[in-house]
Write a new protein. Sequence first.
Length: 252
Amino acid sequence: MATDKLTIDTPEQVHLEFTLAGIGSRFMATFLDILIETIGYLALFLLSMLWFSTGLFKGNRSIWWEAVVSLVVFCINWGYYAIFEALWKGQTPGKRWAGIRVIKDSGRPINAFEAIARNLVRAVDFLPVFYGVGVITMLLNAKNRRLGDYVAGTLVVHESSDNESKIFFNTPTRTEVALHQAAGLTLQEAELIETFLARRLELSPEVRRLNGQRIADMIGTRLNIPLESRPADNENFLELTIKEFRSRAQYR
């Protein structure tokens, strides 16, 4: 099956390439997620039957238990996807199994707001049965977006290799170069550097070189790091910068 390549130009004029997730891979993820939700509902039902059979819940206790069950069902139904996607950087157990991830249409990781927004519309996408509206919407646009993706400004992409979620470093663990200015990085700048370092193997050599130079020059200028104080290799400079940023207490 052919895959759709998507190139995103960030506000910093950096080009990031992604492979869009199609209906097949998204249904694989949804199948596992629905299975996990169903197991949760079944466990709650069996627990209710067991406890009611013991006679522990009668009168007012029964009303309280029904309220608790309703709350748990609400959390499973509405919170499962949003909580996992917010905490796992755009992935649920199903998406992780299928090798796909939700990202912002800017190419950066989603936050809790996007995770909640896209999943509040899931009930509409599900209509009339099993994501009928969502599938039709995906078929009618080039980026395979359902209604929830339009509302939240998100995309679902493939993770074709471990390097997409893991950053490899060419610089040694210990180095004489100290970039204490890295503490001044914003979270957005750190996300940009990490996204580039994680996806650089997918870029053509020329695009990779230009992107590395653009980001390094932007970060160096913003943090007032003179060119002569930076490693000659732009990627090594970015690696050292993000390492220093990660080591700071405020990042943890």
